[in-house]
Design a protein around this ligand. Structure first.
Ligand SMILES: [Zn+2]
Length: 238
């Protein structure tokens, strides 16, 4: 009798387990899609801090978005190539970190073109989205660019506090699906905060995406010359 009971249990388990696994997988998939979030880093690359961040992101299987300052690319070519090879999105943070608001069309175009050229020489042709320095950018300047511009929804002011614990706590309190987090990969404390945030949010079922992937997962087509806080939050009417 005991052997019979064991055989029946075994059979039941075999019959039921594939369905159960499938159901679990689909639940995880839905959860991952619902809880998508993007880490973005400005003002790099910087050899020491950006490399350590990339090591940490690679260990955790996370893709992020890096808005680079053009004049910091020469001398850091290997890091820029590593960013691309490891699946991160690369964008432009102007050539020398100028405030674009109020500038002439010529200046805005030059700031984009000089940085675009450096990236294209290194990585081949691509579309490099813009993160305007200080987030300051209006429809007037937007008319002169042909890529989407990305602001953020969560700003822990990491450059001001340089305190990993405080910065991580701010981000975790504000975290929500579809959020775009602003950090700067030139401070060791920001690297520590970013990795702590990844560990905590992965635990909660979040999936980290590039900004471009965030748009794709939300099925929103980004419009060139529009400033977005996140895919669902354009700064002006489309
Ligand atoms: Zn900046």
């Amino acid at each position: 009798m005991k052997k019979w009971a064991a055989a029946v249990l075994c059979l039941l388990f075999l019959l039921l387990s594939p369905a159960r696994e499938l159901r679990l997988a689909s639940q995880t998939g839905e959860l991952a899609l619902d809880r998508a979030i993007a880490l973005t880093f400005d003002d790099g690359p910087r050899a020491s801090t950006t490399s350590r961040l990339l090591d940490g992101l690679a260990q955790r299987g996370v893709h992020a978005t890096f808005f680079l300052i053009g004049e910091q690319i020469p001398g850091n070519e290997a890091i820029v190539q590593r960013l691309a090879q490891e699946g991160h999105q690369i964008g432009v943070h102007t050539y020398d970190h100028i405030r674009l608001e109020g500038e002439s069309a010529e200046t805005v175009r030059q700031q984009m073109a000089r940085t675009d050229r450096l990236l294209t020489d290194l990585l081949g042709p691509g579309e490099w989205w813009l993160r305007p320095p200080y987030g300051q950018f209006t429809r007037r300047e937007a008319a002169w660019i042909d890529v989407p511009a990305i602001q953020w929804t969560i700003d822990p002011e990491d450059w001001r506090y340089k305190d990993a614990e405080r910065v991580a706590r701010h981000i975790l309190q504000q975290a929500e699906p579809g959020a775009v987090i602003l950090l700067h990969d030139i401070y060791p404390t920001s690297v520590d905060a970013a990795l702590a945030v990844v560990d905590a949010l992965q635990e909660q079922g979040y999936t980290f995406m590039t900004v471009e992937e965030l748009f794709q997962s939300a099925e929103i087509e980004p419009v060139p010359g529009v400033l977005y806080r996140s895919p669902a939050k354009p700064m002006w009417e489309l």
